[in-house]
Design a protein around this ligand. Structure first.
Ligand SMILES: [Zn+2]
Ligand SMILES: [Zn+2]
Length: 395
């Protein structure tokens, strides 16, 4: 196996120049969630060239490329994300973003190029028995691209036994991978609470109902949820990141607004947080004679790595780079990932791919100075190819 994979990495490296060029082209032309038309067209045209059955417009700007070989009913899904972020790039690179306030600051340009490089290798030189589904999803950055694809029949039109994805990880050396069994990333919910009272002159509070006081009380009471309602062995976060009310010192406003970010590492805790936040906001507001309207949005689910899919990933990574370059993550990350909606439907595994350290790929994602490290591209592609060949090998 190791001998085969050395050959595989060498073959992928031979053709990596064209995929680095594609990555930089996508980087120069970033597109925000659900507007990835140029990127999707580029992906679709390459996949067609290499013989994939291509379906465009899945869940908006999503693309699925399918390749069937042999007679096996086994089927695997590999997913990449294509969207950029509303950030003004400061890298000064020759292929820097040509679009104002739009930038591939999370490396999704790299993920798209990695999956294309894998697609090319599998189509031109891969031997397998079964069905390969390449899922290029839009709008990973909090806009619900995975959900849109699922609602558009992703897994009924393109059934997958297992689904896999990766994300570049600044701070992890190139050629290294990291993952963990079970929950890998937190659920993420965004909540807007609008507290409505009654405006009045600041000198005559008895004539109004002050939403600022009610909102302040809600903020304090929310802090008891993690402390008093969540099992101390589970991590959870309730952050009030924004509080807005009023315009002048001597005016009691009509409304006050709170914006929350809520995180949990399992479904039960996530549900507890939602129900406690709703109760506290409504009942606290009511106790002051005010009203709370709650807009509660689930951005992502807890990302759960399935045991079998994770074991498969571990075995493939160990064969590819050796066990010393596979880091088993001791804890889940409180960040979130849209891929979690897919792993809730289909068993899957999400791995971190080394993007490099310090000046070679170490800049954090979502930073205006970030760039995907092209040296990581072939490692990501080799992982996807090896995974496909391992899973879709005739028994
Ligand atoms: Zn991101
Ligand atoms: Zn990302």
């Amino acid at each position: 196996m190791t001998q085969d994979l050395t050959q595989l990495v060498a073959e992928i490296r031979e053709s990596e120049a064209q995929f680095i060029a594609i990555r930089r082209d996508i980087h120069a032309h970033p597109e925000l969630g659900f507007t990835e038309t140029r990127t999707a067209a580029l992906v679709a045209s390459r996949l067609k060239e290499w013989g994939y059955d291509v379906t465009e417009g899945v869940g908006g700007t999503g693309v699925v490329g399918q390749l069937k070989r042999g007679t096996s009913s086994r089927t695997i899904g590999l997913r990449a994300d294509m969207d950029a972020l509303p950030i003004q790039e400061t890298t000064g690179l020759p292929y820097a973003s040509t679009v104002e306030q739009t930038m591939h600051a999370c490396g999704h340009d790299g993920h798209t190029a990695i999956l294309l490089a894998a697609a090319y290798q599998i189509a031109t030189r891969g031997e397998f028995d079964g069905t390969l589904n390449l899922i290029f999803q839009p709008a990973e950055e909090g806009l619900g691209g995975a959900t849109r694809m699922i609602e558009d029949g992703l897994f009924t039109r393109f059934p997958c036994d297992q689904v896999f994805a990766l994300h570049n990880a600044p701070g992890l050396p190139v050629g290294y991978f990291a993952l963990r069994h079970g929950c890998s990333m937190a659920s993420s919910d965004t909540v807007t609470i609008t507290v409505t009272g009654k405006g009045a002159h600041g000198a005559m509070p008895q004539q109004g109902c002050d939403p600022v006081v009610a909102a302040a009380s809600i903020v304090m009471a929310l802090q008891t949820i993690v402390a008093r309602n969540v099992d101390p062995a589970n991590a959870a976060v309730v952050t009030v990141g924004a509080i807005n009310a009023g315009t002048a010192a001597n005016v009691i406003p009509e409304t006050a607004t709170l914006k929350l970010s809520v995180r949990a590492l399992n479904f039960e805790t996530r549900d507890t947080l939602e129900s406690r936040i709703r109760s506290i906001a409504q009942l606290q507001a009511q106790s002051y004679g005010a009203r709370a309207d709650i807009d509660y949005r689930q951005i992502s689910r807890p990302l759960i790595n399935d045991r079998n899919a994770t074991d498969l990933s571990i075995s493939v990574i160990e064969a590819l780079v050796g066990p010393q370059r596979l880091m088993m993550m001791p804890d889940a990350v409180m960040g979130s990932e849209d891929f979690s909606w897919m792993t809730e439907k289909v068993p899957g595994c999400y791995v971190m791919l080394g993007n490099g350290v310090e000046s070679q790929g170490g800049c954090a994602v979502h930073n205006p100075a970030y760039d995907f490290n092209d040296a990581a591209l072939s490692w990501g592609a080799a992982y996807f190819v090896a995974l496909t060949q391992r899973y879709l090998t005739a028994a």
